[in-house]
Ligand binder design. Structure first.
Ligand code: SAM
Length: 267
């Protein structure tokens, strides 16, 4: 039987299949490249993770021995992240603290690293909000500590807008088929991403269908750098996505930014 979903149910469906859709993402390699770029070697750092979602990077940071505060404004993502804590070894789960909200909701503390991974910065809808986010991150970093995130290259995305794609993933639990439609508005500098989802068991029974839409804002790199500079962060480097071996160029569609809170001059 086919179950067509309402928009609330569609959102639920998107959350329920999120980890399956992105199962091939190498979260551990991404975390390792962030730790390397941030100069975090020993496993005792305090990490602030913005937009932790269902906690896949979080668990890798904690697995490397670090303490992580993971925040997300989406309670439903956090519900999944919290449920997954019970599947982790107790010492790793004990290093993770999930908080609902945005960076300004996180109590002031000094972190060794802040990060926002998998397009979190593309969710920020205005230059003022971008600068406010940077400012709140900067307030929570130790002098010399880094803020590292990946983001679409807004300039490259406007020249070569993202195309739709179709993905089918099968696990022992069932089959998820996703048609992703992307519609870029060059004036609003944003891309509407609509996920049309079909989930069923492996025999096609219990079919659920739904559509879920999110928007990504296409930040030109100079706007990001200016927001960070205004917030008191210095630009250290910009790389292609999770490739710290070279500096990004204009063709790189996905970028990884490294900012640092300056160390005050010694007297
Ligand atoms: C594509 S998901 C990435 C989740 C997770 N980092 C991962 O890699 O699976 C983007 C996340 O950013 C969160 N988000 C959106 N706006 C945010 C904001 N202003 N501050 C922090 N997180 C935000 C969303 O709720 C969502 O969970």
């Amino acid at each position: 039987m086919t179950k067509s979903t309402s928009s609330t149910a569609s959102k639920q469906l998107f959350y329920s299949v999120y980890d399956t859709i992105f199962a091939k993402k190498d979260y551990l390699a991404e975390v390792n490249s962030v730790l390397e770029l941030g100069g975090i070697r020993s496993g005792t750092a305090r990490i602030l993770e913005l937009g932790c979602g269902t906690g896949n990077h979080t668990r890798c940071f904690a697995g490397a021995g670090h303490s992580v505060v993971g925040i997300d404004p989406d309670e439903e993502m956090l519900t999944i992240a919290r449920a997954k804590l019970t599947l982790l070894p107790r010492d790793i789960a004990g290093r993770i603290n999930y908080q609902h909200g945005q960076v300004h909701d996180v109590p002031l503390a000094t972190y060794d690293l802040a990060t926002a991974l998998f397009n979190v910065i593309n969710y920020i809808a205005s230059p003022a909000a971008l600068e406010a986010l940077m400012r709140e991150v900067a307030r929570r970093l130790k002098p010399g500590a880094s803020f590292i995130f990946d983001v679409w290259n807004g300039n490259a995305a406007l020249v070569d807008p993202p195309a739709g794609k179709s993905v089918t993933v099968e696990t022992e639990h069932g089959r998820v088929k996703v048609e992703l439609a992307a519609r870029t508005d060059v004036v609003a500098k944003s891309t509407e991403l609509t996920y049309s989802i079909e989930a069923s068991d492996l025999r096609g029974n219990g079919l659920e269908q739904g559509k879920y839409t999110i928007w990504h804002f296409l930040w030109p790199p100079d706007v990001i750098v200016e927001a960070a500079r205004a917030a008191g962060l210095e630009a250290k480097s910009v790389h292609p996505l999770f490739d710290v071996s070279r500096t990004a160029n204009e063709h790189d569609w996905k970028l990884m930014f490294h900012f640092r809170k300056p160390v005050p001059d010694a007297l």
